[in-house]
Design a protein around this ligand. Structure first.
Ligand code: HSE
Length: 310
């Protein structure tokens, strides 16, 4: 095989209470990467569509950094080089796991070209190398749901232990992506390195509640648990109309709403498509009235994750 095209979905990470440990995949939005073998050795980014200001240098682009981590793990060195054509449908700095999607699409493509030496779970570490390069820390709450699909909990990082969670079929997500960029690395620097025991207790109580509520399909419990006392109070300051967007979603029947990843995207979870779409209309008119460009997505949880297109 000399050429492959892979789609890797956008993701909502953190999911309110699960900072750095929870995330789920979305349908229909994400990155596509075509990787081709080339006679010249080495990795080369030949085109990036749908995004400006992303690095073309192989040692700076997350897709090629992740691909290099994959290559470094192999006993035999490749006999060809590889070119990468990247189509981004989510901008960098969106809070929708844009860098994670590129990293994942890249390692899935490389794995296919090499005859699948690794399982999807094993590919996670290589995709995380891309995340480490962009955010300063190798978190997996975007790359794990992007690769594996579904709703995931990263139970531990040392060693990596990723759990796929059960969730109700009728769970819907509405996302608004105001068109401003927040760099994950900057957004992480805003957070305190220490939190009080009181906040920690609240946060881990809610993580347990959310996992249990998802498993039982208990929407009341999901709703009570979608609270973040760690990142949202600090990061929401960077997001225009955050509080109006969140309150409006809850008034329309959302189970809860919070920041997607490190922002500026905001997500709301609902128990039906009708509620999710009405929240989408609320987000649209809120940002339109404020003359802020915004993209809206309504999606169920994507159970498949990254997939080969051709
Ligand atoms: N968990 C990460 C953070 C996700 O919140 O910084 C970044 O998209």
């Amino acid at each position: 095989m000399n050429e492959i095209k892979v789609f890797a979905p956008a993701t909502v990470s953190n999911v309110a209470c699960g900072f750095d440990v929870m995330g789920f995949a979305l349908h229909g939005v994400g990155d596509e990467i075509t990787v081709k073998r080339t006679p010249e050795q080495g990795l080369q980014v030949v085109a990036i569509h749908g995004a400006e200001n992303l690095p073309m240098e192989a040692d700076k682009n997350v897709a090629t950094i992740a691909a290099q981590a994959f290559l470094d793990s192999l006993d035999e060195k490749p006999t060809s080089g590889f070119s990468f054509e990247i189509t981004k449908k989510v901008k960098a700095g969106s809070g929708l796991g844009s860098s994670g999607s590129s990293s994942v699409a890249s390692v899935v493509a490389m794995n296919e070209l090499f005859g699948k030496p690794y399982s999807k779970e094993e590919l996670l570490l290589f995709a995380m190398a891309g995340e480490a390069a962009i955010s300063g820390q190798p978190h997996a709450d975007n790359v794990a749901p992007c690769l594996l699909g579904g709703f995931v909990l990263v139970r531990d990082y040392h060693p990596l232990d990723v759990i796929q969670l059960d969730y109700p079929d009728s769970l819907y997500c509405t996302v608004v992506h105001p068109q401003i960029e927040i760099k994950t690395s900057d957004s992480r620097k805003m957070l305190k390195q220490q939190i009080s025991l009181r906040k920690a207790i609240t946060q881990w109580g809610n993580v347990g509640g959310l996992v249990s509520g998802l498993a039982k399909g208990d929407y009341e419990l999901i709703s009570r648990s979608l609270k973040d006392v760690v990142a949202e109070p600090v990061r929401s300051m960077l997001i225009p109309l955050f509080h109006e967007a969140k309150q409006g979603a809850i008034d329309l029947g959302a189970l809860g709403a919070s920041i997607s990843g490190s922002g500026p995207s905001i997500f709301a979870l609902s128990s039906s498509k009708e509620i999710a779409e009405s929240i989408g209309n609320h987000f649209t008119s809120l940002y339109k009235e404020a003359s802020i460009d915004a993209l809206i997505y309504v999606s169920q949880v994507n159970p498949k994750g990254a997939e080969v297109i051709s």
